[in-house]
Ligand binder design. Structure first.
Ligand code: GLN
Length: 542
């Protein structure tokens, strides 16, 4: 039987509940237990797939094609275990299922209510599919007190009674703000937050307290006393230098021991954290630095490119260099010469994106990278723009464009349905719904033997995760290849271009998928490892 750890947040949002959950998962794993991490999101969207990256952050795609919360990315990176569509649910999805059942008449005339119907649906989601797992870590999005979170808090409260005694514990993550004028770390917001939690029937077993300095013994005592928590279960979660320090830092503060004790288990020998030490040692002792320009359009919110910045950091770990990221809003290049912005960088990355705004700027970034022989990695939209760039500037197709932006006589990029029907010139939006209708999840690609990517992957058959509606139009393949842009990865049936590269360039690769989603600190993705390696070589030139 699985044991359950429910992780809630209080005081303010953005305290890193996802990271804390992921780090605890890693610690339990390092003690030899199997773990599963899941996220309950109280918002009404059915999934984050339709939400703006600048509001909600990155949409993390699983192998089985679910568009999920970015915390699942932390879970994967910290535990190395691939998440599935069963690891994330929202209020929107719960209600969608309940309403569908109600319309079918499944409730046989009964009144459908938050308690028990919504709470039961949440509980069965939490309990499903956990066979063979020692610990299920369930993170509840938002902070205690949010109106939309109430059914989730109520459901996990009930689970405390439904499950065998001692099989569920509650961890509450809070903030102890430092008030300079008083010279104190304040416990009152935490006291209020726990009061709120207790008023809905949840008594936390462990308090995980974010702070920027050590918690004095007095404050610890006070927290224990007023929050009805043992003093040893008040865990200091101080700011750390790199996120990969978190598991070890929490271990030093006794989090994993306290969790096991709360379940009545003997902690046993210390966990093996050597692989974390290797990672943090490399992060803290770089032998050099490289600067990568990320030319995107959601640069206002770093969370919009969470997995990407992590994957670049992993590339740095692989090469023992620090990777500095230079975030550049692509629209700038529509007004200004890119050269002054890009001359000093050692690599250019054009990430995924949607819509016309900033697209021409990304194309100019690709031109700069190609002409000036700067390493380039184009991801999804970044590959599509590199293909349009090649068509316009090398293959003599000045009108080359993507039908994503409107009708075009030269649809280098278009909807699959458009060009499989023979390159219709009409631009069409996806028919029907925008939610969940893209090409999503893991797909296979065959790599061209002897190509750069085949060498990078050390294989000619790969599986990578996708999230896009548009495709590079294979009908233009011959004209582009004749001008040096090689189609080095294709879908197994040969119809969809998945990777392009230049042979006569130090390092220029465009991929239709999102390799960043599968990179891990202990297992940097080969594309990022080699891209950063190329940037390192470039840094010796500029
Ligand atoms: N907008 C493009 C498409 O839908 C690219 C998507 C992406 O970069 N993830 O195909």
């Amino acid at each position: 039987m699985a044991r359950y750890v429910f992780i809630t947040g209080g005081v303010v949002s953005s305290l890193g509940k996802g990271l804390a959950s992921a780090a605890l998962g890693a610690l339990l794993q390092a003690r030899g237990h199997s773990v599963r991490l899941r996220k309950l999101d109280p918002y009404l969207n059915v999934d984050p797939g339709t939400m703006s990256p600048t509001q909600h952050g990155e949409v993390f795609v699983t192998d089985d094609g679910a568009e999920t919360d970015l915390d699942l990315g932390h879970y994967e990176r910290f535990t190395g275990k691939a998440a599935t569509r069963q690891d994330n649910i929202t209020t929107g999805r719960i209600y969608q299922n309940i309403i569908a059942k109600e319309r079918r008449g499944d409730y046989l005339g009964g009144t459908v209510q938050v308690i028990p119907h919504v709470t039961d649906a949440i509980k069965s989601f939490v309990l499903e599919g956990n066979e063979g797992v020692d610990f299920v870590l369930v993170e509840i999005g938002g902070t205690v007190g949010d109106i939309e979170g109430l059914p989730f808090f109520e459901a996990i409260r009930q689970l405390g009674n439904d499950l065998p005694r001692g099989d569920a514990i509650y961890i509450h993550l809070t903030l102890l703000p430092w008030i300079p004028s008083a010279g104190e770390l304040k416990t009152k917001p935490t006291q209020h937050s726990v009061k709120e939690l207790r008023s809905i029937g949840i008594q936390p077993d462990i308090l995980l307290c974010r702070c920027d300095r050590p918690i004095p013994a007095d404050e610890r005592r006070k927290l224990g006393l007023f929050c009805n928590v043992r003093e040893s279960a008040v865990i200091e979660a101080r700011d750390v230098e790199t996120i990969y320090d978190v598991p070890e830092a929490y271990h030093r503060e006794g989090l994993d021991t306290e969790v096991l004790r709360a379940f009545g288990l003997e902690p046993g020998p210390a966990p093996d954290l050597s692989r974390w030490r290797t990672v943090t040692h490399r992060v803290k002792n770089p032998e050099g630095e490289v600067t990568i320009a990320i030319v995107g359009k959601y640069t206002g919110l770093k969370d919009a490119y969470k997995s990407l910045s992590e994957a670049l950091a992993h590339g740095g770990i692989a090469n023992t260099v620090k990777v500095n990221l230079d975030w550049i809003e692509s629209e700038i290049f529509e007004r200004e010469d890119p050269a002054p912005f890009l001359e000093h960088v050692h690599g250019i990355l054009v990430p995924g994106g949607f819509g016309q705004r900033g697209a021409e700027g990304k194309i100019r970034a690709a031109t700069f990278a190609r002409e000036r022989k700067v390493p380039y990695l184009g991801i999804c939209f970044g590959m599509q723009m590199a293909v349009i760039e090649a068509a316009r500037n090398l293959a003599g197709i000045p009108d080359a464009n993507s039908t994503e932006f409107g009708p075009t006589p030269e649809p280098l990029v278009g909807l699959m349905t458009e060009w499989t029907k023979g390159n219709q010139l009409e631009s069409r939006r996806a028919d029907g719904d925008l939610g969940g209708t893209m090409r999503l999840g893991a797909y296979e690609a065959r790599l061209k033997p002897g190509s750069r990517v085949a060498d990078i992957y050390g294989s000619d058959d790969i599986w990578e995760r996708h999230r896009h509606r548009y495709e590079v139009n294979a009908a233009y393949r011959d004209r582009l290849e004749a001008n040096g842009l090689i189609f080095s990865g294709m879908s197994p049936d040969g119809s969809l271009p998945e990777i392009v590269e230049y042979e006569d360039h130090p390092w220029f690769v465009g991929v239709q998928f999102h390799p960043e989603l599968k990179s891990r600190p202990f297992e940097p993705h080969p594309l990022f490892a080699r891209f950063v390696e190329a940037a390192k070589a470039q840094s010796r030139l500029v």
